[in-house]
Design a protein around this ligand. Structure first.
Ligand code: PGA
Length: 258
């Protein structure tokens, strides 16, 4: 059986004190969840302190593929390892310039330039460096309405895994996040989310199909988490808004306990 994995993505939210307080409070609220894996991906600036101050698992919201060098503003896998981080989210739709709820001028979309090729490079770096990669995929509303959901996602997965030996993919986690469901309150119907997660599974190399964990993400909350996480091909969630309050995220994590 696949261990469910629930990750809170704080995105660009919280002060340092709020980050520390939320992690501390969450630790006191989440009980009896030994059968579930969970953690937070805070903003980079808080990651190091959280890793040393808390026993929880933490990860980054992005990572760069090179080991070191003249790459202003970027962070390497080795740096994440060095501070005790466990995960890295790769290819989140907001980094691909695909927003469920646009909060920046459309003219700036070009600066959110993640592609399947950069996802692939980042994935390779994580696998080589021992950081658990959480690779995001998902369709926009226009792509869904045009009937292209499965082909868009299959292309993203194929691009992400390109040239990687299946024996190197044992730690891979995938997050299916329909772009139109992210931050919008419009959760994907659980049957449809399960169907897409099963479709993603079928795109994976045979030897890792049954062991790879596939999360659902997009407006997961304490009210819908149990229904989503009880689906056969959904192995947990990537949770944005509902991970910001410790009480909410504790409920979401507890909903994953079988
Ligand atoms: P949301 O975000 O839960 O706020 O919809 C999910 C995500 O983007 O990972």
């Amino acid at each position: 059986m696949r261990t469910k994995i629930i990750i809170g993505n704080w995105k660009m939210n919280k002060t340092r004190q709020e980050a520390l307080d939320t992690a501390r409070q969450f630790e006191t609220l989440v009980t009896g969840a030994e059968s579930v894996e969970f953690g937070f991906c805070p903003p980079f600036v808080y990651l190091s302190e959280l890793c040393s101050e808390s026993n929880l698992n933490f990860g980054s919201q992005d990572v760069f593929w090179a080991a070191s060098g003249a790459f202003t503003g970027y962070t390497s896998v080795g740096m994440l390892k060095d501070i005790g981080a466990k995960y890295a989210i790769i290819g989140h739709s907001e980094r691909r310039g695909r927003f469920g709820k646009l909060e920046v001028p459309e003219s700036t979309i070009g600066s959110f330039a993640e592609t399947d090729e950069t996802v692939n490079l980042k994935l390779k770096a994580c696998l080589a460096g021992g950081i658990v990669p959480i690779v995001c995929c998902g369709e926009t509303l226009a792509e869904r309405e045009a009937g292209n959901t499965d082909s868009v996602i299959a292309t993203q997965i194929k691009g992400a895994l390109d040239g990687i030996a299946e024996s190197d993919l044992t730690s891979l986690v995938i997050a299916y996040e329909p772009v139109w469901a992210i931050g919008t309150g419009k959760v994907c119907d659980s049957t449809e989310a399960n169907r897409v997660c099963a479709m993603i599974r079928s795109c994976l190399p045979a030897s890792i199909q049954q062991t790879t964990r596939i999360q659902y993400g997009g407006s997961v909350n304490p009210g819908n988490a149990k229904e989503l996480f009880s689906q056969s091909d959904i192995d947990g969630g990537l949770v944005g808004g509902a991970s910001l309050r410790a009480e909410d995220f504790a409920q979401v994590v507890m909903a994953a306990i079988c």
